[in-house]
Design a protein around this ligand. Sequence first.
Ligand SMILES: [Zn+2]
Length: 242
Amino acid sequence: MLSILHFKTLQHYSQLSHCFTTRYYERDITTAQGQEYFLKSYQSNQSNFILPKQVHGSKIQVIQDKDSLSNNKRDVADAIITNWKNIWIGVLVADCFPILMFEPVVNVIAIIHAGWRGIDQNIHLKTMQHLLEFMNCSIQHLLIGIGPGIGPCCFEVGKEVSDRFEKRSIISAQFVHHISEQKALVDLRGLITADLVMAGIPLENIEIMNYCTSCCTDLFYSYRKEGKTTGRMLLAARLNDV
Ligand SMILES: [Zn+2]
C-alpha cells in the first residue's frame, strides 16, 4: 500500500520537496523516532524540522531567520511560512485539511492545518494574505495543494456549527447541506477552494487530493471514524538548495 502521496503538479519543481504520509507509513509519524526516520530519508534532522503546536486557531508562524528557527521551534500556530532553504515545515492531521502553498518564482512555502474552527477563522485566507503582503508572492504564481480531509459525505455537524458557516458568507452557506432540523453536512474542501478562488487564486493553480479520510480508513486515519486515539498523517514541505 501507498505510504506516501504527492501533489502531482508540485512534484516537477526541483526547488521543492514535499510529501503526505498515509497510515501505511513505516513509522508512527507522531513520535520523535518516526519523525527522525522521515527526516533521515531526506538527509535531514530534527534541528531542521518545524512542527507547530496545533490548536485549531489562526496564528501563523513565520520562519525567516536563525532566531525564529531556534526560539520558536514548537510555537502555537496552525500555519507556518518560510522562505528558508533546507527547513522542513509540517502539520499533523486526521480529518482536518492539510494545505500546501508554494510560490515558485520567489521560493516561499506555507503549510496550513485547516479544520472547521481554523477555516471559520480564515486561516487559509490569512496565510495567503501574509504571503502576498509580506513575502513578495504573486497571486498568479501561487500554487496550492489541498490534501485529504473529511468529505461532505461524512462531516456531519449540529446547528451551532452549520449556523456559523451559513452566517459566515453567501459562498460559505452554499457548502452547508441540511439533512434534518438539527443536522447538516458541510463541505469544507469545497469551501476552502471557493474562498481561495474568490480571493483571486486561479482554479487551475489548485490541486486537490479528492479523498474523504472518514470513508477511506483503509488508507488514511480518521479522528471522526476511529476516535481520538487514532494515528495522524504528516503533510510536510521543504525548499531545496538548487
Ligand atoms: Zn466520507
